[in-house]
Design a protein around this ligand. Structure first.
Ligand SMILES: NC(=O)c1ccc[n+]([C@@H]2O[C@H](COP(=O)([O-])OP(=O)(O)OC[C@H]3O[C@@H](n4cnc5c(N)ncnc54)[C@H](OP(=O)(O)O)[C@@H]3O)[C@@H](O)[C@H]2O)c1
Length: 313
């Protein structure tokens, strides 16, 4: 008969296995795994779409992909700013690939998405980065102090726009996937995980993207013949950008640093990934702390941040 010590030892080993696996996966993903971004450079003239590409993370991701020889379809809302970004990309001189663009206010309802994508319907699109989104900064109002229009615009901006753009693109993406992998990535937010006070609509819209990622991935992968179109939710912590003007530190990289990690992890096979290693560690720490501690801390942080915003105004 096994002694109590032996039984406890077996239980200990069994409990350890998932953590060892998690640790080994972590080391592999962030320090050893070679980038597979070039696997999306297949077929005739491969294109990547990046939404919200005129500033911050989107602009930096567009530059990374341009350097990797992708043709680009960029989205923004300001023609002058877009032309400037395209000139900057061309000035990098790394490649002479095609750059096209479209201008649409993602926070507004009523777009004809099929017509929006009509000019690109014959292009070999292999990568889609749904980056556009935001929260209109940090404000003290609760949802009953907000107009319906404001709330709907946050939902359109972060959830509806990427949903319907994906819907319009899917038939084209399935054609591209006939000769190689195709990836659609939704830029999420840590807010989607912790739902801090005063940001419930933004947080819920990002959480919607996470559910959408899994559902669409299951649709394309397991229901009927696999199409080869895959989906990933990108978990993003703080990143210095136009919408977050703050000092860079270890936990808050520049958009350029973040974009490099996003491109490096693209195609890693996970349906949810925090591309920047420090964000991944912070995410793990928050899980370990438990919901109550995180909720109290994030409420305090939000109160401080909102007070600081009000002082500036
Ligand atoms: N920065 C962070 O700390 C952080 C953290 C978590 C998640 N995220 C997510 O990361 C994504 C990018 O954020 P970011 O910080 O890089 O933002 P950003 O620097 O403000 O850049 C946003 C980009 O989206 C465009 N854009 C904004 N609103 C738009 C609209 N209504 N219609 C069309 N285009 C619009 C902007 O165009 P203009 O150049 O014309 O303004 C710009 O190209 C967002 O989805 C955000 O939720 C960011």
């Amino acid at each position: 008969m096994a002694s109590i010590v032996e039984v406890l030892a077996v239980i200990g080993v069994l409990l350890l296995i998932p953590n060892v696996y998690r640790f080994v996966s972590f080391i592999w993903l962030y320090f050893l795994r070679p980038s597979s971004i070039r696997s999306y450079l297949h077929g005739p003239a491969p294109y990547a779409i990046v939404t919200g590409a005129t500033d911050g993370i989107g602009k930096a991701v567009a530059a990374e992909l341009y350097d990797k020889a992708f043709n680009l379809i960029l989205h923004g809302r300001n023609d002058e700013k877009m032309r400037k970004v395209i000139n900057e990309l061309r000035a990098r001189g790394t490649h002479d690939t095609d750059i096209r663009y479209f201008l649409v206010d993602a926070a507004q309802p009523g777009h004809d998405f099929a017509q929006m994508m009509e000019p690109y319907k014959d292009l070999n699109i292999t990568l889609v980065i749904h980056n556009v989104g935001g929260s209109y900064g940090l404000q003290p109002e609760r949802i009953d102090e907000r107009s319906e229009e404001h709330i709907l615009s946050v939902v359109h901006w972060n959830a509806i726009f990427p949903l319907f753009l994906t819907r319009a693109l899917l038939p084209r993406l399935r054609v591209s996937a006939k000769h190689g992998p195709v990836l659609v990535q939704f830029i999420g937010s840590i807010a989607g995980d912790i739902s801090p006070p005063r940001l419930p609509i933004y947080a819920a819209s990002k959480k919607f993207l996470e559910g959408l990622t899994r559902g669409l991935d299951n649709d394309e992968r397991y229901f009927g013949t696999p199409t080869g179109v895959r989906f990933t939710y990108i978990a993003v912590g703080a990143v210095v950008s136009n919408s977050l003007r703050a000092d860079v530190n270890l936990g808050r990289p520049t958009s350029e640093t973040f974009a490099k990690t996003l491109v490096a992890r693209s195609g890693c096979g996970k349906r949810r990934v925090a591309p920047y290693v420090v964000h991944a560690i912070m995410q793990w720490a928050m899980e370990a702390m438990g919901e109550e501690v995180v909720d109290r801390y994030s409420a305090e942080e939000m109160a401080n941040l909102i007070a600081a915003e009000e002082k500036k105004a």
